[in-house]
Design a protein around this ligand. Sequence first.
Ligand SMILES: [Fe+2]
Length: 577
Amino acid sequence: MLILGLNMFHADASAAILEDGKILFAVAEERLNRHKHYGGFPALAVKACLDAVGAKLTDIHHVAVGQDSDANLAKKVQYALANPGKILNFIKMRQRKEAMRDVRLLLAQALELDPKQLKFQEHHVEHHIAHIASAYYCSPWEKAAGFSYDGSGDFVSTMMARCEGTNIHVLERVFLPHSLGSFYTMICEFIGYKKYGDEGKVMGLAPYGKDTFVEQIGKIMTLKNGAFRLDMSYFKPLGSNQGMQVLPDGTVRLARHFSEKMEKLFLQPREPYSEITQRDMDLAYAMQHCFEEVFFRLLEDLHQRVGDENLAMAGGCALNSVANGKLFARTPFRRTWIQPAAGDEGLAIGAALYAYHAVLQQPRREQMNHAYLGPEFSEAQIESTLRAAGVKYRCMDREPLLEAVANEMVAGNVVGWFQGRMEWGPRALGNRSIVTHPGLPNMKDVLNARIKHREWFRPFAPAILADAQHEYFEHDHPSPYMLHVYKIRPKKRKSLCAVNHVDDTGRLQTVTRDENPLYYDLIKTFGQKTGLPIILNTSFNENEPIVCTPAEAIDCFQRTKMDVLAIGPFLARKTEN
Ligand SMILES: [Fe+2]
């Protein structure tokens, strides 16, 4: 049975394909059309899914979409009636959503087929149910607490659920306008980070701040009976799309979130690219602190209601790796399974899995054991692309390649590492990565000056052999998808200075041989030479979506000051080119 999952006309449009419940392929549209956070129809992703499994659209039995415009309709109507100025908007949005619901027509248009040929059954899965499904059904557990939180989706910002067997039983929904995601976005905008997806950057700024504004910012949110409410006087009216708009070209635009009250209390909002002051850092600190306090209280309540130590989690806010790293100390949960594509691209997988298990009641057999679900390219394709680009390269066997790349990293050189299938989700996990030595004092500046051009306060991440985690980090729970931040042990901080953040933490990726043998062996080889079973891993890109194809990788290698490119079995050095 083939199921196609879609996230469409929503940020991070994507597609995924399942065969008998096994995820065979998944990709976000942005990686294919190179339009960051693209929010239109994922036509290229659908084609890539079908090509990857050698199927035609007419072979698909079910299509599942991670959006249900009929979900929570009573709440939406109630909201519109309470805000008369929004009624026209509400009607327009309903009309637009109705047009988008015709999945059959949209798919037929994208693949130039007659819609009558398409026999699939269609499923619309509520946004946050799809998020929870994307975590729970991928986990190894038969029972878990399910939690999803983000800005908004189908008029809900937070969902709690009891997950058991093939069922997801919703326990609680927090409706708009109350949203932890919107709270975070509002303060990020105030301190000059106004683009969709900027929240992850500001998380790195928080440890530079002090607790000056914790009390004031804390007043924006109140907790009551296991849910929370925002004081809307700090916000501009956002409407039922919670201030997020997808333009006709697929660009995702955020409306201004903060009200004049924020300016009265904290004075001028920071202009993008201007100097970051102590005020901005202190606001970032208070934002992260207050976010965590509410998050932990919600999880405590969820734990009480479900009575299980396993937490399956997704939603854009689940990318808050700092909060994820602390939840073991602050809540009764002992294990997490967080969907690597916790943001909205993950809805494609979640909707498809929900249709398979909950709607069609098919048993659970498969787990998701790695995130390498995207496109891959043959050696012949890579080699012809290198030739076409005029790059000089050597073809190497596995062991000599690992030796050569490890030696480059030991020497402090920066390596573009392009291997196998592209990662699913926002993190590069060793197949589309830039890798180098994690213990050289100037490495962060070198990477930023030569390639990444990121904000000075953003840390780079360590990828560590899972067996060595305990020796270097103060927490043992695995972090295979770079979704947990832990303290680095005091004795190890100096040797990891390029990945040790200002608060002595690292957003680590734990690597096992089963998940990625080549990457594991690369780190191991580096460890044999340096005594450090850890490398610095950052995404293979330069202010663009992570590279997907060999041509994009070669282009990034050529236009930046990257020293080496290891692409498949081929090694190219900048000095020889
Ligand atoms: Fe979402």
